[in-house]
Design a protein around this ligand. Sequence first.
Ligand code: AHR
Length: 518
Amino acid sequence: MNRKSSHLLLSIVITLTCLSAKAAESASPPSKLVIHADQAKDTISRNLYGQFSEHLGHCIYEGLWVGEDSTIPNTRGIRNDVVAALKEIRVPVLRWPGGCFADEYHWREGIGPHDLRPTMVNTHWGKVTENNHFGTHEFMDLCEQLGCEPYICGNLGSGTVQEMQQWVEYITFEGVSPMADLRKKNGHEEPWKLKYFGVGNENWGCGGNMTPEFYADQFKRYATYVRNFGSNRVFKIACGPNGGDYKWTEVLMREAGRRMNGLALHFYCGTGKKSRSATEFDEDDWFFQLKNALRMEELVTKHSEIMDKYDPENRVALLVDEWGAWHAVEPDTNPGFLYQQNTLRDALVAATTLNIFNNHCARVKMANIAQMVNVLQSMILTDKEKMVRTPTYYVYQMYTVHHDAKRIPTDLQAANYELGSDKLPAVNASASRDDQSKIHVTLCNLNPNNTAEVSCEVDGAKVDSLKARLLTATQITSHNTFDKPDAVKPTAFDGLKKTDNGFVATLPAKSVVMVEVQ
Ligand code: AHR
């Protein structure tokens, strides 16, 4: 063999060795999921798939509301394209007007003829002038167009008890009363139904910097005057803890648990370790973010344990009415507008978190991702007349199968996803049975390098047919833009194999898969 051919042979050997090492790396050890199909019990409330819209940046103005005179097609000022897209994901409930904005909002400034409404400064979010053109009537119209329940958050931080009492009267009183007459004068003869009402927002922070003891007293005082009129029944929601503030939950449940219907936890999962950018990050950042998202499991478990102590009958719901990934704003945008892009990483954050909520549906009855359009981890981004669906939107679309279905308990032994000296479970899952007895299993593979083989045993049900949808993309940073709106989009998935007692799913690296079993 001459020098040239021995060189060639050596490089072939090296290449083959590298390839086989890579092939050996490309699959995680198998994971095992037992699906107890005969034990379906608690309902996964569709409200776990709720949304949040605040007067912040371009969420309301431009994102949802363009005004009747806009050249952008609209119905009574509300964008038709955005409503049509949101109807596809069947938004069940929408929280409004904030957020921090709620505790500065005075609802009477947002009713009556647009040109007579006073302006205000949105001090929290960019100090922009708010023209109050989107108010109570416009919000209720939006909910009607979306076919969702309204969830209004009242102003406890800077508003009066009377103001809160009158807002509920304005919306729901059906007879003759000063507020009902005012509503009629403003063009809405019939009262609306309003079930969900928040008594303040983040009152441990932007809503007044209160101690839990002080807020518990304030909650009781304000909530007393949030009345049920006619057949309307208000579900009163107290401001809950900031992430792992267990003392807040303890004090609120002890002092005011009997007077509330729900307690609202807020948790935003920290962004990258090295980069806070929504689109420019590496595997360390990917890992860091997903590890943070998984903290939701611990939070809902521990807050639920405290609630179990004070409310063993499980009467008070735990709501997570603000959650999501919070990145740096997009370059050259107003820092106060919280406008961020949304990648495949955000889709995995959403899918993982929704699996956690599904699995805790006995106590967790509502969740509202922040926020619906153009702010934080949104479903939709808009730019003037353009609109794009984010990867997170597609997770919500795939998970509609769980709305109001019965949760099926599962046991999961997940392989690890290791990075450096750290690790997290590579796979997470949840399962449900719908009213036509179809079983749906949603699975995430958080490992961006390896496929994950999940051997799924279905106990107590026959597996006749299987079909599945997949959400993944070429890069961890893949995202949809106005020019390339379909870079991250679900496709049909054929990585399933039927077995004697279930099926094996081979999940591609960095993917979300929804399996339908019949
Ligand atoms: O969603 C953005 C802000 O985050 C909300 O206004 C506030 O409640 C939270 O701190």
